[in-house]
Design a protein around this ligand. Structure first.
Ligand code: PEP
Ligand code: MG
Length: 550
């Protein structure tokens, strides 16, 4: 048995035989065209139109969020800059297939340099290039293999066009050599609840037909496992399936309520969140709505977008985050200046404060949506570092009609002064993704320092403890809405540190609910103490895993 490690998406486990997806097509030859420019351009027009048509048909079949991702992808073939580049290459003597291949390659290279969010689009473009070139060459498009038996799909990378249409009754799990947590493949796999391990270069060597165990929570793939390992994995799968049936509010074994909330990027996630039993929304990432906008959205458009989410949670809490622009999520209308270290730059509340009219518009739109809906709207500022920023934001939010205003604590300075911050704010929500990045001084987008990005690190937990203690003594709610909340054992530790609510992606809720129900508050505090006393993240995790829930 060999154990391989990558980046896990979701927490599911799967066992099954591998079906490999064909590797990409070879480069088309560079031999000059014998057909002439007009005929080659005509071939391009047909191939691109057929590719778009094919993807739109898949979009229709997929529907929902997946369908929208595909529609956006289909639009890319109509890009006039791309077409001009193709035609110029043909005018210089290239064949249609070579010109299409080279023109896409230029776009792909450009996007590769633009940060991780843009890199998600690289797979989309590679897919379009492959589909178009395959058509021009008259060969099959590398696609998801057909199989009547359920299988684990192993690929170099998966395009959204393929991921969106995966049949979840057949595809048990996905393993890819490339990719990260924020590619469309990972997002769509997460949405479908398909366990995945991405960014694992050794995936290229897993043979077709081999049996594998995919453990997304651990980010591991076991190749050729023995019968005991298979039996243990099957037991875990059955247990998860039973757990997924449980509903009801989050609570500890002694009845202490720990509301479980959902993280959303738009109204499209509302249904899945409600189905998973989310008791409200703990993080609505509003900037996700406007990543492609070149100018600031109107108050009207924002009000409609916010209302669409609020309407899904009558009587429930919805925590809306003001635009968190900057670093890996730049918004053209808020912060498009080049910065040497954008994660340390004019981002979050800093960029909103520098463009106050945009912040005022957002808060106005949200206050209007609040007044027209029954949800309990809370608003919070991202990336707050100081008490002054806290006062600025909460005063403005109240002035514009919002009833409950707080801050995200993602910067160690804010965590260390949580008592003073919470004396001003109505609540705090801890963004453990950024809090970990800043505490460990390790860029969360950078694979080479990914091992530092572990919220189990006692240094991070110590800061969470500062915030929890401040919240408890001031009687102010403290939530966690970073990925840490989705890790069941870590969720217990967070509660032990004084956190009062947990927010996560909808598919993670069942596992966290189940784990919390095994622990009393005293047990969770004990687990927190053990984790805090460890030397490092691995030690903290191991010391909590060694405990029997109490
Ligand atoms: C975080 O930093 O933990 C967080 C929830 O915000 P985001 O991941 O959007 O930066
Ligand atoms: Mg953050």
């Amino acid at each position: 048995m060999t154990t391989l490690s990558g980046i896990g998406v979701g927490r599911g486990v799967a066992v099954g035989p591998v079906r490999r997806m064909a590797d990409p097509l070879p480069e088309p030859p560079t031999t000059p065209s014998t057909l002439g420019p007009d005929a080659e351009k005509e071939r391009v027009t047909h191939a691109l139109a057929a590719t778009a048509e094919d993807i739109l048909a898949r979009a229709k079949k997929a529907g929902g969020k997946a369908g929208e991702v595909l529609e956006a992808q289909a639009l890319m073939v109509d890009d006039p800059t791309l077409r001009t580049d193709i035609d110029t290459r043909i005018d210089k003597g290239a064949t249609a297939e070579r010109a299409v291949y080279d023109a896409f390659a230029v776009f792909i290279d450009m996007l590769k340099g633009l940060g991780e969010y843009m890199q998600g689009r690289v797979a989309d473009l590679q897919d379009l290039s492959q589909r178009s070139v395959a058509r021009l060459l008259g060969v099959p498009v590398p696609a998801v293999p057909d199989s009547d038996e359920p299988f684990v799909l192993v690929a170099r990378d998966l395009a959204p066009a393929d991921t969106a249409l995966l049949d979840i009754t057949r595809v048990l799990a996905i393993v890819t050599a490339e990719g990260s947590k924020s590619t469309h493949t990972a997002i769509l796999a997460g949405e479908k609840g398909i366990p995945a391990v991405v960014g694992m270069p050794e995936a290229a060597d897993i043979p077709d037909g081999a049996t594998v165990i995919v453990d997304a929570g651990a980010g591991q793939v076991e190749v050729d496992p023995g019968p005991d390992a298979v039996a243990a994995a099957e037991k875990r799968i059955a247990e998860r399936a039973t757990r997924a049936q449980t509903t009801g509010p989050g609570a500890l074994a002694d009845g202490t309520a720990v509301p479980l909330l959902a993280n959303l990027g738009s109204a499209k996630g509302v249904e899945a969140a409600v189905e998973a039993g989310a008791e409200g929304v703990g993080l609505f990432r509003t900037e996700f709505l406007f990543l492609d906008a070149s100018s600031a959205p109107s108050v009207e458009a924002q009000k409609a977008a916010y209302s669409a989410v609020l309407a899904g949670f009558p009587g429930k809490k919805v925590v809306v985050r003001a635009l968190d622009a900057g670093a890996d999520k730049p918004l053209a209308f808020l912060n498009d200046a080049e910065e040497e270290n954008p994660a340390l730059g004019l981002r979050g509340i800093r960029s909103l404060r520098a463009s106050e009219p945009i912040l005022r518009d957002q808060l106005t739109a949200l206050a209007q949506a609040q007044d027209e809906n029954d949800a309990d709207v809370w608003v919070m500022a991202p990336m707050v570092a100081t008490v002054d920023e806290t006062r600025y934001f909460t005063d403005l939010a109240k002035e514009l009609g919002l009833k409950t205003a707080g801050v995200m604590i993602e910067v160690p300075a804010a965590a260390l002064l949580a008592d003073r911050i919470l004396a001003v704010a109505d609540f705090a929500s801890i963004g453990t993704n950024d809090l970990t990045q800043y505490t460990m001084a390790a860029d969360r987008m950078l694979g080479s320092v990914a091992s530092f990005q572990d919220p189990w690190h006692p240094a991070v937990l110590k800061l969470v403890g500062e915030i929890g203690t401040a919240g408890t003594s001031l009687g102010k709610p403290v939530g966690v809405c970073g990925e840490a909340a989705a890790d069941p054992k870590l969720a217990v530790v967070l509660v032990g540190l004084g956190v009062t609510t947990l927010s996560m992606s909808a598919p993670a809720i069942a596992d966290v609910r189940d784990e919390l129900a095994r622990w009393t508050l005293a047990g969770a505090r004990d687990a927190a103490g053990k984790a805090l006393a460890a030397e490092d993240a691995a030690g903290a995790r191991a010391s909590v895993e060694a405990l029997t829930p109490a």
